[in-house]
Ligand binder design. Structure first.
Ligand SMILES: NC(=O)c1ccc[n+]([C@@H]2O[C@H](COP(=O)([O-])OP(=O)(O)OC[C@H]3O[C@@H](n4cnc5c(N)ncnc54)[C@H](OP(=O)(O)O)[C@@H]3O)[C@@H](O)[C@H]2O)c1
Length: 252
């Protein structure tokens, strides 16, 4: 039987890298994209079912051309998994317009550039899945994370809209909302991260969510995302009081 293909962006480290290894181990062909070519080549050495297609998601033409090359080589792409993201906690303590633009350019528009590249392909194919990695940080505005939260909030809303559009064409759209996962991104944080999990844990949860289940949102760890979901529906007055109190306890 022909092996199925998944395209993963943000595959050079953290969650995307672990997911690439997980899918390859499960017998898939994995097309791995990110800017750092050498890291993608190391992944290929670890498992030759992982193929390197370097890409900068902020470049709309690069996204289109890379996807066309992938399509030429593999013909059918079952899942497109958009995991690229950046966070810069040190820049979030004070309003910094340039950084906000940079983070939005990668997290939001970078993902939209990838969706743009695959959009017509999935409309025509009338099957398959587009999966978008957002965050529980997109549920509400968290302290000292405005640029990151806003970019993820925009992404989550966009994914919901895309869901309706793609459903008509039998294409599944899923949204991935992780809690804290230990990766180079969270290694920058200087505060205790509750219920933090390994990227291998994240990869297993995502694999099961993409392959074995059919819900729109794949969120984990449930013990943490449950709390974030409660914060999401709280009235503003209670939300601001609760989070403000938590912050002052942490002396943040
Ligand atoms: N870790 C967490 O706790 C957590 C929680 C919620 C959501 N998330 C989300 O999960 C995703 C993966 O994050 P992570 O924690 O695994 O972080 P990470 O290890 O820093 O991975 C980020 C990935 O994005 C790629 N990337 C960044 N800018 C890019 C660009 N312009 N073009 C192409 N690729 C680019 C990086 O590769 P190159 O530098 O090689 O390009 C890297 O592969 C992100 O969307 C993040 O927001 C993470």
């Amino acid at each position: 039987m022909k092996k199925k293909v998944i395209w993963i962006t943000g595959a050079s480290s953290g969650i995307g890298k672990c997911l690439a290894l997980k899918f390859a181990k499960e017998g898939w062909i994995v097309v791995a994209s990110a800017r750092r070519k050498e890291l993608l080549e190391e992944l290929n050495k670890e498992n030759n079912a992982i193929c390197s297609f370097p890409l900068d998601v902020t470049n709309v033409d690069d996204c289109k051309n890379t996807f066309n090359k992938i399509l030429n080589k593999f013909e059918e792409i079952e899942i497109s998994f958009f995991c690229t993201g950046m966070h810069d906690p040190s820049s979030e303590k004070k309003f910094n317009l340039e950084k906000i633009k940079e983070i939005t350019e990668v997290n939001y528009f970078g993902t939209l550039n990838c969706i743009n590249a695959v959009y017509n392909y999935y409309l025509k194919r009338e099957s398959g899945q587009i999966s978008i990695v957002s965050s529980v940080a997109g549920y509400r505005g968290l302290p000292a994370a405005g640029a990151y939260c806003a970019s993820k909030s925009a992404l989550s809303s966009f994914a919901e809209s895309l869901y309706f559009e793609m459903k008509k064409k039998n294409v599944r759209v899923s949204l991935v909302s992780p809690g804290f996962i230990k990766t180079p991104m969270t290694d920058q944080n200087d505060f205790p991260m509750p219920m933090i999990k390994t990227p291998e844990f994240a990869a297993n949860e995502i694999y099961n969510g993409l392959i074995k289940k059919n819900s729109f949102e794949i969120h984990f760890p449930k013990s943490f995302t449950f709390i974030m979901k409660i914060l999401k529906i709280l009235p503003n007055s209670i939300y601001f009081k609760l989070v403000g109190k938590g912050m002052s306890k942490m002396k943040y």
